[in-house]
Ligand binder design. Structure first.
Ligand code: COA
Length: 249
């Protein structure tokens, strides 16, 4: 078992960074490995621990739950090309002049994730990274595997966005990164129209699957992605160690 340090407080054990033999001893072995690793991590100030596990590896999910981890992020896939053949006229590719509005929408998505029950703090500088990512996507070859879509109301207002690129781990899949619909336009089919367009685009490029990652506690996206055929493939499980200074300490 090993961990990659993401920041000074947070450490992540990726899928390829942990393995144990199957069988009755598996939990005890995992427990011993995590005991030793977490000792090092906490000593160096990393008190947020994350581990990636496959959903089908029920023993690992159960074992890490017994060690105090809970499901934080979900990664799921559905077959590419399962969108509706008739595309919604509100959906189009993004253009450079859309970027300020896309950053506003990204900010709304981030602020939504700060609310309960997600309570997610945005990483510092994330909006600048979003803006740079939008510029990169728009500069890329339009026939290539990077897509940035917007949904525009008849009045001209951009109300939704969805971005997709090749999955980092699975050569046969694209993964949706940023996705969001402004609050007033939710539950009118905008998100589904964007997803259908991404799904058909990815099939057109020869990808077999289309994926998305979401925060498990997000009541909107968990229902949305699962309801649109995304089957959970892996979880990022997380644990926060309480290192408050003891009273009188
Ligand atoms: C998740 C999100 C992108 C979905 O977008 P959306 O535009 O609301 O999605 P849709 O309108 O296509 O579908 C949402 C629901 O509205 C329903 N709906 C769609 N059109 C409708 C209509 N005309 N009348 C009534 N309901 C409708 C859908 O059936 C769906 O319901 P279901 O989940 O019970 O199946 C959006 O809720 C959002 O931006 N959430 C906040 C940010 C976020 O969570 N982003 C995702 C990060 S991974």
């Amino acid at each position: 078992m090993a961990a990659s340090s993401i920041s000074t407080r947070k450490a992540r054990i990726r899928l390829e960074q942990h393995a144990v033999v199957e069988g009755e001893q598996a939990h005890q072995v995992r427990c011993a490995l995590y005991r030793a690793l977490s000792d090092q991590l906490v000593s160096s100030g990393a008190v947020v621990h994350e581990v990636d596990v496959l959903v089908e590896d029920e023993d690992a999910v159960d074992s890490f739950a017994r060690l105090g981890f809970g499901i934080d992020q979900v990664k799921g896939f559905r077959p590419a090309g399962s969108g509706s053949a008739n595309h919604d006229s509100r959906v189009r590719r993004a253009r450079p002049e859309d970027i300020p509005r896309l950053v506003e929408l990204a900010d709304e998505v981030l602020r939504f994730h700060e609310l309960p029950p997600m309570w997610q703090q945005p990483e510092p500088g994330v909006l600048a990274m979003v803006e740079a990512g939008c510029r990169r996507a728009l500069a890329a070859d339009p026939d290539g595997p990077h897509l940035l879509l917007v949904a525009q109301e008849p009045g001209g207002q951009i109300v939704g966005l969805m971005q997709a690129a090749p999955d980092r781990r699975s050569a046969d899949a694209v993964t949706i990164g940023l996705a969001g619909v402004t609050q007033q336009s939710r539950s009118t089919g905008v998100g589904t129209a964007l997803l259908d367009a991404v799904s058909d685009w990815s099939a057109g490029l020869g990808f077999a699957r289309c994926g998305a990652g979401w925060t498990s506690a997000n009541p909107l996206s968990d229902r949305f992605w699962r309801g649109r055929g995304m089957i959970a493939r892996s979880y990022r499980m997380a644990r926060v160690i309480d290192r408050r200074i003891p009273a009188g300490g």
